[in-house]
Design a protein around this ligand. Structure first.
Ligand code: ADP
Length: 203
């Protein structure tokens, strides 16, 4: 289907011969998008990478999409203004959708601070294939971790529009899973994500 808001005309949607279920049969599991959301430093990338490794080792087709990496390429024209954040998440949602069509378990690690934007990503995917995971860590703990030194810069006023400091974060209202990373260790978080994928009949 074409989205509304498409600029070009004379577009024809082409269905491939290989369908989603063919990819899933080849992979031996269903595709899914696991959408990690939370403050900077809450643990999204660390958990997504570990889950990717664990699933890969178990023979699953999976891929972690990471915030900073996408901003180096596909989204290098985008900054951190509210409009750019919206476009950032929109494009990531579309990329996640493409991977999902190949039956991949996609693990996205983006702050994605706005509820409405996460809902846009969710609505791109078929029902039952988008799982919101709230990586829930108090901002004070994120500030003390400060793995990239960004909170210090934000608190010093060097970085404007920093989520949790000078820009809002809207916590999920009904996430599939919440990971309180100040209470659970990394291994427990990873196990909970894998268990969620089992409970949801993805793997
Ligand atoms: P984000 O991707 O959310 O910005 P990162 O994964 O880059 O966050 O950084 C999270 C930091 O918190 C890392 O230094 C990691 O080692 C640490 N950490 C402590 N406990 C946990 C946990 N339970 N899960 C994930 N990361 C944790």
């Amino acid at each position: 289907m074409q989205d509304s808001g498409v600029k070009a005309s004379n577009l024809v949607w082409h269905e491939g011969y290989v369908q989603g279920e063919d990819f899933e049969a080849r992979n031996g599991h269903r595709g899914a998008v696991v959408w990690f959301t939370g403050l900077s430093g809450s643990g999204k990338s660390t958990i997504a990478r570990e889950v990717e490794w664990k699933l890969h080792e178990a023979g699953k087709r999976c891929y972690a999409l990471d915030g900073d990496n996408i901003r180096h390429g596909l989204n290098k024209d985008l900054g951190f203004s509210p409009e750019d954040r919206v476009e950032n998440i929109r494009r990531i949602g579309e990329v996640a959708k493409l991977f999902h069509e190949t039956g991949t378990i996609v693990l996205t690690a983006f702050i994605s601070p706005y509820r409405a934007d996460r809902d846009i990503a969710r609505n791109l995917l078929p029902a039952g294939s988008f799982f919101e995971v709230f990586v829930d860590c108090p901002v004070d703990e994120c500030i003390s971790r400060d793995p990239k030194g960004l909170y210090k810069k934000a608190l010093d006023g060097v970085i404007p529009n920093f989520t949790g400091v000078s820009a809002p974060y809207e916590a999920p209202e009904a996430p599939t899973l919440t990971l309180p990373t100040a209470e659970l260790d990394l291994g427990q978080c990873v196990d909970n994500v894998v268990a969620m994928l089992r409970n949801q009949n993805i793997i």
